[in-house]
Design a binder for this molecule. Structure first.
Ligand SMILES: [Zn+2]
Length: 399
């Protein structure tokens, strides 16, 4: 976790707007503080400071803000006063904490306190590298110094110090600088034969230790095929050996899942560190589950887990993950000429009937994924639907 702080390049209109925001924040903070102190003298009101402040906030939202004389508060983002109340709560819990030396919170003065905080109500947002920043609920602003890398954050504090305006936010990662030398885009095809085929030619194979462990497991299962654990309906209880066997089985399964988890963690971290933009295919869950053998192979490979890990590591490493629409015919399309032809699952090599290109099936698919764009590289427009950029895209588009 580290913080990024940058000076903002604002025009006069923006400056006075931000001063207004800070004033609003200060007003709410002081308003909450005075009311909370007032409640201490009323014996009928009980409960912690935090509970009292919740009550005060409710009154502020539902009654105070709606009164005519407070109409000016509606000019500003509601996230400002939400955060002002949050700060006030924190200040009181610090003061109440016997181990901390914090003083009783005092009223904020215009002279000393010119800052406010906003956050994104729907999770973390992508902060793009460069000399601009998009702040949730406020808009896009210019920066004096560029943000070095893409990163993700949720809460942004804007403050004025010695006449200059700054924005600061926390980034929950320590490895982002490694991204610098890799502005690469890559398509990844996931498969049963080769776990992951990358459009730059790299591949990731499922570790052989998993295959070995699985063979062992199969043997044990075969040898113990007649053991019955227990069956309450037919009144059979498990023998001691059966109990032992099932314990052993659980251990073996756990071992396999541990190896797989380790492999998936390492692979996704490596990918996250190396590439700026990763495009993978949406896994057609229903369609694949309909194919019994395939569904088994896929679930044991951990493809879903792979995607889950990638999408969660976006936050730590700041790359972008795009889930390509599952109707996009990545396997059937020629990555050279765009020709579409049928590709049965067992056909491992793509031989283009149009341009004669011969290519590994998975590599061809990964190439297509890499060059995919929201408008659909797909030649058949009916089949190319809109993107699904894995949550982030939705969260990024702020007002
Ligand atoms: Zn072709």
């Amino acid at each position: 976790m580290y913080a990024i702080k940058r000076e903002l390049k604002l025009n006069n209109k923006q400056k006075s707007f931000f001063a207004g925001c800070a004033g609003f924040s200060r007003f709410v903070y002081n308003h909450g503080l005075s009311l909370l102190k007032a409640t201490w003298d009323i014996p009928e009101i009980s409960g912690s400071d935090s509970k009292r402040l919740d009550g005060i906030k409710k009154v502020f939202t539902n009654i105070t803000k709606k009164q005519e004389e407070y109409g000016w508060t509606n000019k500003y983002s509601s996230r400002i006063y939400q955060n002002a109340f949050r700060d006030l709560k924190k200040a009181f819990s610090r003061w109440r904490n016997p181990q901390s030396k914090a003083n009783l919170p005092r009223f904020k003065k215009k002279k000393h306190h010119c800052s406010f905080t906003v956050d994104s109500s729907n999770g973390k947002v992508l902060v793009k590298e460069g000399k601009q920043i998009k702040i949730p609920t406020l808009g896009t602003f210019k920066l004096k110094e560029a943000i070095p890398d893409n990163c993700v954050s949720q809460t942004f504090t804007i403050s004025r110090e010695a006449g200059k305006w700054y924005v600061s936010f926390a980034v929950s990662a320590c490895k982002i600088p490694e991204m610098k030398h890799s502005q690469k885009r890559v398509g990844i095809d996931l498969g049963v034969k080769t776990f992951a085929t990358l459009s730059d030619g790299n591949t990731f194979e499922t570790p052989s230790s998993i295959k070995k462990a699985k063979t062992k497991l199969g043997k044990i299962q075969w040898r113990n095929r007649n053991k019955v654990h227990s069956n309450r309906r037919s009144g059979i209880s498990a023998s001691k050996n059966a109990i032992k066997y099932y314990q052993k089985l659980r251990k073996k399964h756990k071992r396999i899942s541990n190896i797989r988890e380790d492999f998936l963690q390492k692979t996704t971290t490596l990918l996250a560190k190396t590439y700026q933009h990763i495009l993978i295919e949406d896994l057609n869950v229903k369609g694949m589950m309909a194919n019994h053998k395939l569904s088994d192979a896929l679930s044991s490979l951990g493809l879903y887990r792979f995607r889950e890990l990638l999408s969660y590591k976006q936050e730590c490493f700041g790359f972008l993950l795009t889930i390509v629409d599952r109707w996009f015919p990545s396997s059937k399309t020629c990555s050279v000429c765009g020709n579409i032809q049928d590709m049965p699952l067992q056909q491992r090599v793509y031989r283009c009937q149009n341009c004669g290109q011969v290519m590994d099936r998975d590599f061809n698919a990964s190439k297509n994924l890499e060059s995919w764009n929201a408008d659909g590289l797909s030649v058949n427009p009916e089949r190319s639907r809109r993107v699904n950029a894995c949550g982030l895209e939705g969260a990024v588009s702020l007002g």
